[in-house]
Design a protein around this ligand. Sequence first.
Ligand SMILES: Nc1ncnc2c1ncn2[C@@H]1O[C@H](COP(=O)(O)OP(=O)(O)OP(=O)(O)O)[C@@H](O)[C@H]1O
Ligand SMILES: [Mg+2]
Length: 142
Amino acid sequence: MQQATTTSEKQTFNLAKKIAKDIKGGEIIGLTGNLGAGKTIFTKGLAAGLGIKQTVNSPTFVLMKVYQIRNQKSEIKNLIHIDAYRIKHEQDIIAIGAQEYFARPDSVTIIEWADKIKKILPKKTRFVNIKNKGGDKRIINI
Ligand SMILES: Nc1ncnc2c1ncn2[C@@H]1O[C@H](COP(=O)(O)OP(=O)(O)OP(=O)(O)O)[C@@H](O)[C@H]1O
Ligand SMILES: [Mg+2]
């Protein structure tokens, strides 16, 4: 386990952007942490690190968004961003076809509120917890 402390939104963004450099494809990243902890900021940083230029916003109402990666040099073709906050049952995630991406080596999936759908996540899922320590301080466990 790896731990980092950040003291600004920008630092969390940059941490995730750096982590993106180690991504090979097929990863599933499960974000946990309270409301406003920084899960979406982390996702935005990861997306930037993967070369996504589009604005990444939380897919709270649509549950899932797919961002295409057009970088020729990258083996990774899609970033799947899921927000499980409103999910009442794991079945909702299965119904939108999210699981089909989990096994794809050309896709990376990042899930906010991953603890809500833990039961259907593959064993290889890597969890990242963001703890709000008050003010702008966050402790990030990877
Ligand atoms: N060190 C930090 N890292 C990340 N965000 C920070 C930090 N310090 C302050 N913030 C602020 O905390 C908020 C984090 O918001 P964000 O939407 O990323 O949280 P979230 O975990 O996705 O929330 P939600 O559960 O509603 O989806 C932002 O307003 C951001 O500016
Ligand atoms: Mg969010």
